[in-house]
Design a protein around this ligand. Structure first.
Ligand SMILES: [Zn+2]
Length: 340
């Protein structure tokens, strides 16, 4: 029997099991729905979902992205609805990005982006992981993703969704401490955002690599990027949101005595973090980051994609994409949603 058939069988058993657990999970989450828990503990996650579902008239859109757990693990739902919401808010010439505290940033398209695939040669092998294959090089069979064809605009969109998801998860930490405080509950919570933890520094790295590639190969685009107060403010705000989320999440893990050095996605997080201390990045950030920025309005975005670890994918019965591998080198890469 081929490995593929094995996998297909396993997938169908998993689906049946997941459905059975999903039915009981609704009642096992302390008698409240995931959205009710978010409303109580995560102003960010609740805002993203409630605001989008209300204004877009898509009630319950988040439900298909809820994880199958006995605790309210909501990160994937917040991530996916965050994409939908940014897309919904994008109008005319603007991409919209959520920047925290119920606010959005409207980024006018002031330059024509080149495809992010171009910068693949500048990413050294030791910094390539499956997210690189999915979001940048397309080697995972994901050609056409917004993070590629949208260039920096698309990279910002993923950076935003991952940052928002981590902010919301950190806000849920007190909920877990009060109501779902078993080791298993915390493993479920931390496991859900493993990829998001490292994406926090990986998409900052992708943003800067993109601009550095422009500097080398598309000097006109580079000039347009660094001359744009809006691009600089957008990057400043996305980084601030990402920094806020990861700082709170590290504090939550350490408070619970959990590893924020190598486990729970932090191996890759610190690897990119260390890379970003090099002068080529710090010099560029000196140009990009605005020390103080006024609050701006909004609009922008499109739909993005999300790569799951096998563990995350097992819980959500997400189909396999052949040829990829997860962080532990196990075959199979799961994609939750891809741009048409
Ligand atoms: Zn995404």
């Amino acid at each position: 029997m081929s490995t593929l058939t094995h996998r297909a069988m396993f997938a169908s058993q998993r689906t049946a099991l997941a459905l059975a657990i999903a039915v009981s999970a609704l009642h096992a989450q302390g008698g409240k729905t995931a959205l009710q828990w978010l409303q109580e503990y995560s102003p960010t996650g609740y805002f993203i979902i409630h605001d989008y579902e209300t204004r877009a008239a898509k009630p319950d859109a988040h439900k298909e992205h809820l994880s199958v757990t006995t605790s309210p693990v909501t990160a994937t739902a917040v991530h996916e609805i965050s994409h939908m919401r940014d897309g919904f808010n994008s109008k005319g010439n603007n991409n919209s990005y959520f920047i925290g505290d119920g606010k959005d940033f409207a980024l006018p398209k002031s330059f024509t982006p080149f495809n992010s695939i171009e910068m693949t040669p500048d990413i050294p092998p030791e910094l390539v992981n499956f997210q690189t294959d999915v979001y940048i090089s397309g080697k995972a069979g994901t050609l056409g993703a917004f993070s590629q064809v949208g260039g920096l605009y698309g990279i910002f969109e993923e950076y935003d969704a991952y940052a928002t998801e981590v902010v919301s998860t950190a806000e849920m930490a007190p909920c877990f401490k009060a109501h779902f405080n078993s080791a298993k509950d915390w493993e479920d919570l931390a496991g859900e955002i493993t990829t998001s933890v490292w994406s926090n520094s990986e998409f900052r790295y992708f943003s800067l690599r993109y601009i550095l590639w422009a500097k080398k190969k598309h000097p006109d685009v580079y000039q347009q990027i660094i001359a744009s107060q809006s691009v600089r403010e957008c990057y400043t705000r996305l980084k601030a949101l990402a920094d806020r989320g990861i700082t709170a999440w590290i504090a939550a893990l350490e408070d619970r005595g959990l590893d924020a050095k190598t486990g729970h996605g932090f191996d890759w997080y610190w690897k990119y973090y260390a890379e970003l201390q090099k002068p080529e990045y710090t010099d560029l950030e000196k140009i990009l980051l605005l020390p103080s920025v006024a609050l701006a309005p909004r609009r922008g975005g499109e739909k993005g994609i999300r790569v799951l670890s096998n563990r995350q994918a097992d819980r959500t019965s997400t189909p396999l994409l052949p040829g990829g591998h997860d962080i532990l080198g196990r075959p199979g890469l799961r994609i939750q949603s891809i741009l048409p």
